[in-house]
Design a protein around this ligand. Sequence first.
Ligand code: PLP
Length: 477
Amino acid sequence: MELIFELSKSGRRGFIPPRADVKNYELDLKYVRKTPLNLPEVTEGDVVRHYTNLSRLNYAVDIGFYPLGSCTMKYNPKLNERVASLPGFTDIHPYQDLSTIQGALELMFNLGESLKKISGMDAITLQPAAGAHGEYTGIAIIRQYHRDRKDFERDEIIIPDSAHGTNPASSAMNGFKVVEIKSDDRGMVNVDELKKAVSSHTAGMMLTNPNTLGIFEENVLEISKIVHDAGGLMYYDGANLNAIMGQIRPGDLGFDIVHFNLHKTFSTPHGMGGPGSGPIAVKDYLADFLPIPTISKKGEEYTFDFSHKKSIGRVRSFYGNFSVVVKAYAYILIMGEEGIKKASEMAVLNANYLRAKISKILKVPYNNTCMHEFVATTLPLEEKGIKALDFVKRMLDYGIHPPTVYFPMIVHEDIMVEPTETESKDTLDHFVDIVEKIVKEAEENPEILKDAPHKTPIRRLDDTRAARNPVLRWKGN
Ligand SMILES: *Cc1c(COP(=O)(O)O)cnc(C)c1O
C-alpha cells in the first residue's frame, strides 16, 4: 500500500479552513519556517479510502477470534467506548477547580472502591499506565517499606520461572536481584525450592495466580506464609484476574499488593500499544507508601489527597489514563457482582472446553483442569520440521489470530490459548476444526505451514531484521 505522502498531488485539498476573523499577527522572522512544511495534499475521499484500507490490513478482536494467551483479548462492549467519549469526560482538564470536576473524582473514587472489593485490598492508586508500570510501582513500594523499617539488607525478589518477563524487569529496575524458582512437574511453584530460596535478603515475591500455564497455585497460602515468615511481601501480578474475579480475592490469599490490567480484564481494547491502565491496590499497612495524590471523600466532597507521608512520589503525570478508568467503571456497573462472577466462570469453562478438545489433537503437557487458559505444544510435529511459529502463522490463513507462542518459557514449542468468556461454543468448535486441519496439513504437506501465512496482505516477516534494523520513519523522496 502507498503511504499518504505518496498519494499526495500538488494542489489537492480535503479541507479549506474558514477565513480568519481575527487580525493577522506578524511572527518574528526568526520563528518563521524557511522551507514549507511537507504535508500530504489529498482530497477527503483519498483520506477516507487510505485509512479505511489501512484498517483492513489489521487483524482485530472485532474481526475474529483472538485467543492470545495471557492477554485476555475479550470483546469490549462498544457502549463503554461511547460512555468514555461523553463530553463531560473528554472536555475537562486536570487543572480545573475541584468543584467543577466532582463527577470525575467520584467516578475514580468509586472505581477504586470496586477494585478494592474485587481484590480484597484496603487502598488504591489509579496512576500507573499499564500492568508493567503497576509492577514497577508495587515493587518500589516494597523497597520503600523495607527502607522505612531500616531493613536495608533485603535486596532480592523471588519470581517463579513461569512468570511474565515484566516481573524480573520491574524488580531489576528497582535495584533488586531476581531469584528464580523452578516449577514442579504439575506446573506450580516448587515449595521446597521456595523454602531454600527465602532468607533475610528476601524483599518479596511476585506471583500471578492462576499462573501463566493457566494453573491455579494450590499452595498459595503456604507460599504466602513462607515469604511472610521470612519478612518479605507478596506481590500479585493481576494480569490473570479474569480467571478468579468474583470467586476469590488475592487479598484473602496473603497478597499485600495487587495490580489490575484494566485493559485486559475491564473492557479496554489493547494490543496496539495502549492506552492502558494498571492501578495497584495495597493492604492498609502499605497505604502510606502509595503515589500521591490518591482520591478521598470528605463528607459529600471528593478531593485529591496528598497526605501520605511516606509516599514513593508520583509515577505518572496527573491521575492516570482517565478514559480507561471510565470504561472500567462502566463495565463494572453494567456487569454487577453477578455478572463479574459469571464472566470468570465462563472464561474458565471455555478454556477447559477447548483444552479437552485440543488435547486430543495436540500435546497438552499439564493436562489437568485449567483456569482461563492452557498451554499446548507442537513439539511432536518437529520431526516434520514444524515449529510452533509455523503452526500458528498458518492459523492466519484461516482467519484466526495466532495464540501466544514461546511463552511461558518452560514448555518448548508451546502455544498458549486463552479463549475468554465472550466467545461462543461455535467459535471454539471452529477453532478446534482449524487446529485439526493444520495438524493434518503438517503431516501431509508441511511446506504449506513453513511458508504461511499465504493470504495475509503481508507474508512472514523477518522478525530478527525487524528488531535489529527497524525502519520506523518515512524519510521522504
Ligand atoms: C500482560 C501481562 C503483564 C504486563 O501488563 P502490561 O499491561 O502489558 O504492561 C504482566 N504479567 C502478565 C502475566 C501479563 O500477562
